[in-house]
Write a protein that binds this ligand. Sequence first.
Ligand code: SF4
Length: 370
Amino acid sequence: MKPLDPYRDPAAVRACAEQIAAAVTRPWTIMEVCGGQTHAIVRYGLDSLLPKGLELVHGPGCPVCVTPGHVIDAAVDLAGREGVTLCSFGDMLRVPGNGGSLMDARAEGGSVEIVYSPLDALALAKENPGEDYVFLAVGFETTAPANAMAVAQAARAGVENFSILVSHVLVPPAMEAILSSPDNRVQGFLAAGHVCTVMGFEEYEPIAARHRVPIVVTGFEPLDILQGVLLCVRQLEAGEARVENQYARAVERGGNRPAQELIAEIFEVAPQHWRGIGELPASGLRLREKYARFDAARRFGLTEETDIDSAGECISGEIMRGVKKPQQCPAFGVRCTPERPLGAPMVSSEGACAAYYRHRAHPSEEPAHE
Ligand code: SF4
């Protein structure tokens, strides 16, 4: 038996769904924050196991989806500069900026390298001291420790030709923004387990108390998610609002303290622009002054445009705030497909639109196994 098999056991999943059905007496709307949870829900059809009236809506936790267009534009700009190579995770290459994607930049002769970690980009910089290497540092609290580590190692080794283009986002301010929005429908959250492996879940406790919403930390397997829904529903039905940890096999309340200390050494909290959502106060990370020489925006004199996303007909903001579902977008599967995406949620492996397209509109595209 593989370690995750108990969390995919059909009998256990069915039993949990029955417990949920028995616990629910009225309609509820719960948001799963993370795109990985969304993919599991859609892939395994978990939402179809829930009683009528209990709705799961999708959250903003896809790092590719929330990276703003002006950051892609800046990356494209850098890729086209003489002596500069832009390093990125592969799924960022097809994300449209306001003027094009990194894929377009590469086709036009720009220097774009796919890497699997910021440390790979640092290694390239060390191997090629005559060139500049910039890593596109995007994502949530999950990717921040590796980016912080790359900067710390570059500083320690005195590497002068490495920098990062930072667009980091933080989960708790996004939850606050969703709950404070006039069109909010969310009554409870499934918090992303991997973010909490780094940050713990202490930060969520004031949010749960202030907004009177249950928040349940979950993993990414079918039983993890349904158990999270069950815990959330039981709180909602009982009129409770606290943080619970379904993912105790990976998450501790305080999280990974050394990782948090490393993040705090390299980065400080700053306002951040989210694609489709706009600027949220204290919702991102920027390099501390001490490490400003590793800030690609400063090194290459990039201007700080913050509100120029040309979303066109893409309604990704409404989808990532749980106001609409992908199939409610008029472009879904018609003018917007994974081959010709109009927005990042159709590009990313964690995007809600890509999940619906792959598992609902075109289920034959589902991989046979992981
Ligand atoms: S289907 Fe395409 S255009 Fe519509 S919200 Fe999703 S990514 Fe945007």
